[in-house]
Design a binder for this molecule. Structure first.
Ligand code: ADP
Ligand code: CIR
Length: 357
């Protein structure tokens, strides 16, 4: 215990002296915050160190913090709340704000393809995360719980109707070639993510982990990677309307069968505070050669529309052949529909800018 307290006490100094570190953890983890929280634990036994270790070990994190259980968000609110406020621009959890109720907005969807000629957008994807009621997040799960959860999710997915119907493929027993192909084609999560590893989130890997997908790989569910479930709809081109409608259908069907954890103030619960609330990340893989020539400028332009730019293989990856992943950044304080709309409207503007440049 003394060792762990020492690690927490040293953390602000380690982050502070690393000029290359720009994480939200570095910005908000003051010695004062550490002193307030270093002797506290959640009922399930999570400490401040369990939350921050990934960001202290990986000083190049963008955020640097995860919640081992739902209670961590409130027990360690002195560090989580400022980070949530900063990331989810305009949402003031510190000031008492509540995330709004779910509104997928099926009746309001009107997102005509922003690139009907296919000049810029390569593919479109919308994902959301869900946690199963009664289970903590990765670092506190036992091997048996991973197996039980996988069984429950597999059973629920097996009955999905129509276009959503597919097969569950456990990672255990999957050939390395198949796994690599699925990752290279952007369908499957990567293995050995160092941020998750340092958060103790890869324990018992590959037990309980897997992927479900329909025949065309347009509807997919990741099981027990960063979150218990990641529900994904994706396809080539820029038809966001089709992609989002399929996601809504999938979420509605799965919610009939599995109970998910939702908090009155935080919305749907996830392991990483960046994913709370709607949990929606709507993205395009897009080539905008003119406005992305200067990457710093591109990030700044995207930020004006509350958009985040990632590399071709997702977070912490580089762009391959000028393809970027551009998505809505904030997921809290707005509805699901508005999160998707924010991405849509931003992309429409980025394409206009590219055409004018
Ligand atoms: P997440 O979206 O689940 O937060 P990542 O940023 O790691 O996580 O992305 C997961 C995978 O989804 C990566 O392989 C990434 O390239 C792929 N991806 C994201 N957006 C798109 C898109 N619009 N088209 C195709 N693949 C995408
Ligand atoms: C980081 O801080 O860079 C990583 N811990 C990832 C943060 C946000 N991404 C995510 O939830 N996938």
């Amino acid at each position: 215990m003394a060792d762990v307290v020492k690690k927490m006490e040293e953390a602000p100094g380690i982050l502070g002296k690393d000029d290359k570190s720009h994480s939200l953890l570095k910005k908000y983890l003051t010695p004062d915050v550490v002193n307030k929280l270093k002797n506290t634990k959640t009922k399930m036994g999570a400490s401040l160190w369990d939350c921050i270790q990934s960001g202290v070990i990986n000083t190049d994190s963008g955020v640097g913090i995860y919640a081992p259980d739902a209670e961590s968000y409130t027990t360690f609110s002195e560090i989580f709340y400022p980070i949530i406020n900063d990331y989810h621009i305009g949402f003031d959890i510190k000031g008492g704000a509540k995330h709004p109720p779910m509104d997928l907005g099926l009746d309001k969807i009107n997102f005509p393809n922003p690139d009907p000629e296919g000049k810029y957008i390569i593919s479109t994807r919308v994902r959301c995360g869900r946690s199963l009621q009664g289970y903590p997040f990765n670092p506190l799960l036992t091997e048996q719980q991973y197996k039980d959860m996988e069984g429950k999710v597999k059973d629920a997915l097996n009955g999905l109707p129509g276009e959503l119907a597919g097969t569950y493929y456990p990672l255990t027993g999957m050939s390395k070639d198949t796994q690599k192909q699925l990752i290279d084609d952007h369908f499957l999560f990567k293995e050995g993510d160092r941020f998750l590893e340092a958060a103790n989130a890869n324990r018992f890997w590959p037990t309980g982990r897997g992927i479900y997908h329909n025949k065309d790989k347009t509807f997919l569910v990741w099981v027990n990677e960063e979150d218990h479930l990641r529900i994904i709809s994706m396809q080539k081109g820029g038809d966001l309307m089709a992609v989002y409608k399929r996601l809504i259908q999938g979420v509605n069907e799965i919610e009939k069968k599995l109970p998910f954890s939702r908090d009155e103030r935080l919305g749907y619960l996830t392991f990483c505070p960046t994913n709370l609330g709607t949990t929606i990340r709507a993205s395009v893989h897009i080539k905008l050669p003119k406005i992305s020539k200067n990457l710093d400028e591109f990030h700044k332009i995207a930020a004006k529309y509350n958009l985040q730019v990632r590399g071709t293989s997702g977070e912490h990856s580089e762009s391959i052949g000028g393809v970027y992943d551009v998505s809505n950044k904030r997921r809290m304080g707005l509805t699901e529909f508005d999160a998707v709309k924010e991405m849509y409207e931003g992309i429409v503007e980025l394409i206009k800018l590219e055409e004018k440049s």
